[in-house]
Design a binder for this molecule. Structure first.
Ligand SMILES: *[C@@H]1O[C@H](CO)[C@@H](O)[C@H](O)[C@H]1NC(C)=O
Length: 239
């Protein structure tokens, strides 16, 4: 409750933040993040690339000094999940490769919400869900740079994995991940948040299908996620 109060305060207070997100991934050395570089991947739908991920961006820029951020401009407006997800997956991989080419010592934090979470996870692990277009995993050595990779309510969720967080214990995403072990190179960075009552990631074949919890992650977990990023930054400082 204290966390929520603090968070709401920060959300309101930081809406007028003076920090500017990075616009391109080719970055002059003097502008490489000394905190984290955050890649924000919104869920499916029309409109701007940041959407509710603005709440995460504000917290990163305010609470982790020397940070920068970019809202991944992938085809989140595509009607077909497969098209949107694979586009986001390839684009995220390109952004990581080009940012690290510019800033080899940088630390990257990626967060994906819903279909943006699918794209994020598939980009690191490789696609292994029925029906989704198959994209191979990014090169595993990028685990030196990607220090935190968080998803909210993502549709490839499988319960009982070491990187799972949230309250869902007996449902699965609508496109369950068949080979979660492919994520192993990034295991210490990944957290997949999925709550009971989210029919997208915690689906059970029991009508009626509702998913009010799908829309609560930013309110429930943003502060916890920022703390995780801070811990991971500390833990990887000497690398
Ligand atoms: C993804 O979509 C964007 C536009 O939304 C496009 O510019 C880009 O080429 C697409 N990338 C892939 C790999 O399909």
């Amino acid at each position: 409750m204290h966390v929520n109060a603090l968070q709401n305060c920060l959300l309101l207070g930081l809406a007028i933040s003076q920090f500017q997100p990075a616009l391109t991934q080719e970055t002059p050395p003097s502008q490489c993040a000394t905190g984290v570089h955050a890649i924000l991947m919104r869920g499916q739908g029309p409109g701007d690339h940041l959407n509710v991920m603005v709440s995460v961006q504000n917290l990163v820029l305010q609470l982790i000094p020397g940070s920068s951020s970019v809202a991944l401009p992938y085809s989140h407006g595509a009607d077909d999940h497969r098209v949107a997800a694979s586009n986001g997956t390839y684009m995220m991989q390109d952004y990581i490769r080009s940012y690290v080419a510019s800033c080899p010592d940088s630390k990257i934090f990626i967060i994906g919400y819903s279909l943006g979470g699918v794209a994020m996870m598939d980009g690191l692990c490789g696609t292994s869900s029925q029906w989704l277009f198959k994209v191979p995993a990014i090169e595993p050595h990028f685990n030196q740079n990607v220090i935190a990779a968080v998803s909210y309510g993502e549709e490839t969720y499988v319960p009982g994995l070491s990187y799972d967080h949230g309250t869902c214990t007996d449902g699965t995403g609508i496109y369950p991940r068949i080979h979660p072990e492919w994520c192993d190179p990034f295991l210490s960075s990944i957290r997949s948040y999925c709550d009971e009552g989210d029919g997208s990631c915690c689906f059970r074949f029991l009508p009626p299908i509702t998913d009010p919890a799908h829309f609560l992650y930013i309110f429930r977990y943003n502060m916890e996620v920022i703390q995780f990023v801070q811990q991971r930054l500390k833990a990887t400082q000497s690398q």
